[in-house]
Design a protein around this ligand. Sequence first.
Ligand SMILES: NC(=O)c1ccc[n+]([C@@H]2O[C@H](COP(=O)([O-])OP(=O)(O)OC[C@H]3O[C@@H](n4cnc5c(N)ncnc54)[C@H](OP(=O)(O)O)[C@@H]3O)[C@@H](O)[C@H]2O)c1
Length: 292
Amino acid sequence: MPVQEPNTRKPAVIVISGGTDGMGRALALARAERGDRVVALGSNPAKGRHLIDEADRIGVADRVRFLQADLSSVAATRQAIRQIGARHEAIDALCLFANRQSPKRATTPEGLERTFALYYLSRYLLSHGLSPQLRRSRAPVIVNVAGVGMTKGAVSWGDLQLERKYSTIGAQLQAGRANDLLGVAYAAQPHNPIRYVLYHPGFTKSGDLSPLPTAARLFIRAAAKVAARPVEQSIAPVHGFIDSPPPVPLVAIDRGTSLPLTLRTLDPADAERLAEATRALLDTIPPAPGAE
Ligand SMILES: NC(=O)c1ccc[n+]([C@@H]2O[C@H](COP(=O)([O-])OP(=O)(O)OC[C@H]3O[C@@H](n4cnc5c(N)ncnc54)[C@H](OP(=O)(O)O)[C@@H]3O)[C@@H](O)[C@H]2O)c1
């Protein structure tokens, strides 16, 4: 009989925004099955309960925690960061999946355009807010799952909140390009051991289409049947990013292809400009009383 090598891999602590559905949920369960401890963030408590039920069914409920947070709210995201930090001294991987389409321009109670707040700003806050815990890991990594490599869309510099011109796709593309720039600015910080992976999973058999009009839902479902990739295939590279973070501060991967960091959507000057605009915006949303 072959002698089995003992499994000496240390369990990792993994925080997943949007860990209750689609690709984030699949990653949460798969990492727990591999022995890691997972914190899954989502806004819908019923989805959180279903995640825990499924974790229970496969025997890993002790390794999965659901944390309810509306990540379109700066205050709620900051609170989630505090809650995670209070419980976890060190975090090995932060995986960012949370997103939802807004067919009409909607604003959050803090006055921000919802897609910008959820898809971009929550990722900015989590990336920077959990940096102290990530720095305590031996091999920390942030995986931002969005649309790197797409050159469509742009940051609307004079109108970040899309007050003058709004479309569902335009808002998604702006936040996608903003996430590209978030990775560039984050990785450029001096003395930063945390690796940043911008990852485009490609068209995948996931995604909550419920906010969309019926015709768009039917069209996307039909297209997904023939062209979308299974969730497990799309998240497969993410396991690799977590288990062996890249040796350089930033990588941009579109499915299996490594992209050049010279892409115009990864321009360092634009990245610094957006980081400055984001800091200025967040200064207008002070911490809730008693939060610090
Ligand atoms: N699916 C594709 O074809 C595709 C292609 C390219 C890129 N991507 C990108 O990949 C990422 C994951 O996509 P997916 O298809 O796995 O998405 P999904 O199935 O729709 O899952 C989205 C996740 O985000 C969470 N979420 C949504 N609104 C939230 C809020 N306000 N606060 C907290 N959590 C919230 C959802 O949980 P709750 O409902 O509980 O809030 C859910 O866990 C997204 O960034 C997407 O843009 C997807």
